[in-house]
Design a protein around this ligand. Structure first.
Ligand SMILES: C[S@@+](CC[C@H](N)C(=O)[O-])C[C@H]1O[C@@H](n2cnc3c(N)ncnc32)[C@H](O)[C@@H]1O
Length: 205
């Protein structure tokens, strides 16, 4: 990892992901997490304050040391044990059926092979385990999609490989999950090409 991705980008992500507008979405997506949880793309730990009491432990998968360092304050205030283990959502170092729930917030956009990460999440969840996600991605409107496709190369270059135009719900279904809840909406504080959100819970068969 270079200086930009290790030192600069985690700080940009920390500020952008820490915006107050995200708080209610974090609260919603974390509701229902329980027992052993794996969080993919932990970043600087902005979800930590929203883990419900039903969570017994969290395993954090995060490639950027800089992000993990920025999480220190939030981790110190958490009563739920959080352990960093694993650097890449595409290849998780855990046995099958290790977790009761998984969490991903604004991370599937960045993982190079999203389908590999979803297959790994499914593999490490117990049957009936839940995958909770809030992600930006492909918009429902054709005009917005056109801009998303146009701007995608710039977005990827500036923001660590982040894609604007991934169909998150379709990818979750293609990975074999049953999507139990799904809310699609535009986050009003962001331009539509960036603010098209997918918030949901999917169940591993
Ligand atoms: C936009 S940030 C979101 C961080 C955090 N989930 C949040 O909501 O604040 C995307 C995160 O995905 C991480 N990431 C990038 N590639 C990854 C990979 N292959 N596996 C797991 N996480 C990855 C980045 O380092 C970054 O922390």
């Amino acid at each position: 990892m270079g200086i930009y991705s290790e030192r600069v980008l985690p700080r940009i992500i920390d500020v952008a992901c820490g915006l107050p507008v995200n708080e209610r979405l974090r609260r919603r997506v974390c509701a229902g997490l329980r027992d052993r949880v794996v969080e993919i793309g932990f970043g600087s730990g902005h979800n930590v304050p929203y883990y419900p009491e039903s969570v017994k432990s969290v395993t954090a998968v995060e490639p950027a040391d800089g992000g993990w360092r920025l999480a220190a304050k939030r981790l110190a205030q958490s009563s739920i044990p959080v352990q960093r283990s694993g650097l890449d959502g595409q290849s998780l170092p855990f046995p099958d059926n290790s977790f009761d729930a998984a969490l991903s917030t604004w991370t599937l956009c960045t993982i190079p092979e999203m389908s590999a990460a979803l297959a790994e999440i499914r593999r490490v969840l117990v049957p009936g385990g839940t995958f909770h996600f809030v992600e930006h991605g492909l918009a429902p409107d054709a005009k917005v999609q056109t801009w998303q496709h146009r701007l995608n190369p710039v977005q990827k270059t500036l923001f660590g490989g982040c894609n604007l135009n991934r169909d998150i719900a379709d990818a979750v279904e293609q990975a074999g999950f049953e999507v139990r809840e799904l809310d699609r909406f535009y986050e009003e504080s962001a331009p539509k090409f960036l603010g098209s959100q997918y918030l949901g819970v999917a169940v591993s068969p």
